[in-house]
Design a protein around this ligand. Structure first.
Ligand code: FE
Length: 252
């Protein structure tokens, strides 16, 4: 690769869709915001999405001769890469717990599997919902700068929709994390799809300030769901109503 030192080759996953490139022979830039009207390339086309036979509009050099001039999206690309790595470790850790300890426990719901849902960058760390056959938790993979408390220590974190109580914990692969219990056990969920739908609804409601009311939002989510389950409601269609319910629960 040394022959291409400084080019994007070999590091195509390191440049973002916003990267502005330039030809290292004639310095002609390629700016994705402008595209390339000499070749009918539309504005908004990332450099990596240019056709393989695209060449420099100035000197006809091939794509491989282009270097990064400026990459406004670089930081977020690196952040998303870190998020993917930490979320994968989280899933791997809980899959391992399932296989080692939970698989034969009666309370587990075998219709479900471990899945991280809706993770997004938040305050230097990553926040999302972890679905497992025996629980659904809001999980914060914290920024390195966030103080780490001992396992089982509580921390209340405020979101636009209210305050949520998290427990500190740590695992071998994940490292330190904070978890706020939403549901456990998971016996009422009939499918993975349904659990994932609820997880996505939770992430959406978390950041809606119009839902703010009182404290302990996780308890409200549980209470709302229990209210739905208590009286048999024959006309209720499971997934959409559950989604509405969580919105309604947080709103109420
Ligand atoms: Fe050129």
């Amino acid at each position: 690769m040394s022959g291409f030192e400084g080019s994007y080759l070999g590091a195509s996953d390191k440049i973002s869709a916003k990267a502005i490139m330039e030809c290292k022979i004639c310095w002609t830039p390629y700016d994705p915001a402008e595209g390339d009207d000499t070749r009918q390339v539309l504005p908004g086309t990332p450099f990596l999405d240019l056709p393989e036979d695209w060449t420099c509009p100035g000197c006809s050099a091939p794509k491989a001769q282009f270097l990064v001039r400026e990459d406004p999206g670089a930081e977020s690309a690196a952040v998303m890469e870190e998020m993917a790595r930490r979320v994968a470790a989280l899933e791997a850790d809980f899959r391992e717990i399932f296989n080692a300890k939970m698989r034969d426990v009666p309370m587990v719901n075998h219709a479900l599997h471990v899945a991280a849902v809706g993770f997004q960058p938040w305050e230097g760390g990553f926040l999302g919902v972890l679905v497992a056959p025996w629980f659904m938790n809001l999980v914060l993979l914290p920024a390195e700068t966030r103080p780490v408390l001992g396992a089982g220590e509580k921390e209340v974190i405020a979101f636009p929709s209210g305050e949520y109580e998290f427990l500190h914990n740590a695992r071998e692969m994940v490292g330190p994390y904070l978890a706020c219990s939403l549901f456990s056990p998971m016996g009422d969920f009939t499918s993975q799809l349904q659990a994932v739908d609820v997880a996505r609804a939770v992430m959406a409601e978390l950041f809606r300030s119009e839902n703010r009311a009182g404290t302990d939002r996780a308890a409200d989510i549980r209470a709302a769901r229990e209210a739905e389950l208590a009286p048999p409601a024959p006309e209720v269609e499971a997934t959409p109503s559950r989604r509405k319910l969580i919105s309604g629960g947080l709103a109420g």
